[in-house]
Design a protein around this ligand. Structure first.
Ligand SMILES: [Zn+2]
Length: 183
């Protein structure tokens, strides 16, 4: 039985299954289905965790070869076309080309600038919208894009300095006036 088959079996039985980092599963099932499925879930626990903790390869059930997003490590992956993310207002103007096919995580890895925090990057100041799957890159909205520069961009996380840590420097060409974009 593949992890996807097992997850579908849980859902058909009226239950749900979620990944609980680092190595747990939260399973809700009606009692009679639990008796039937618990041994299978135990047997395939490792495969199910692996399946739930990475973005799906290939299209969603509706056939979209779209991007995947989730709110946190223990959130299931959602197809960006079937379910728009709840922070869609911040994403106005984002295209699949901007997203570049990377899986998105809409929560900051521990110790990283929070979502919506202002960061200084080599491209300019912006606010953090999301992280790539491994946290190596962040997706940001530039406050003051240059002519021809896309307002939504990926930058390596290592090149972003959070507002709290950034010292304004007159000689720093990346420093730009801090101003909030007009909503
Ligand atoms: Zn879809």
């Amino acid at each position: 039985m593949s992890p996807a088959d097992l997850i579908r079996a849980v859902e058909r039985a009226g239950g749900s299954i979620r990944y609980r980092p680092p190595d747990g599963l939260a399973v809700e099932l009606p009692r009679e289905a639990m008796a039937e499925l618990a041994p299978v879930l135990r047997e395939y626990k490792k495969q199910v965790i692996e399946f739930l903790s990475r973005p799906p390869d290939g299209p969603c059930p509706a056939g979209h070869a779209a991007y995947w997003w989730r709110l946190a490590e223990d959130d299931p992956w959602h197809c960006g076309r079937c379910e728009s993310d709840p922070r869609a207002a911040q994403w106005a103007g984002a295209t699949l080309a901007d997203l570049a096919g990377r899986p998105l995580v809409l929560a900051a890895p521990p110790g990283f600038p929070a979502i919506r925090e202002w960061v200084r990057t080599p491209l300019g100041w912006g606010s953090v919208l999301a992280y790539s799957g491994g946290g190596g890159e962040l997706f940001l909205r530039l406050f003051d894009p240059q002519p021809g520069q896309r307002p939504l961009q990926w930058v390596p996380t290592a090149q972003a300095v959070s507002e709290a840590a950034a010292e304004p420097m007159a000689s720093d060409s990346a420093a730009q006036p801090r101003r909030r974009p007009i909503p």
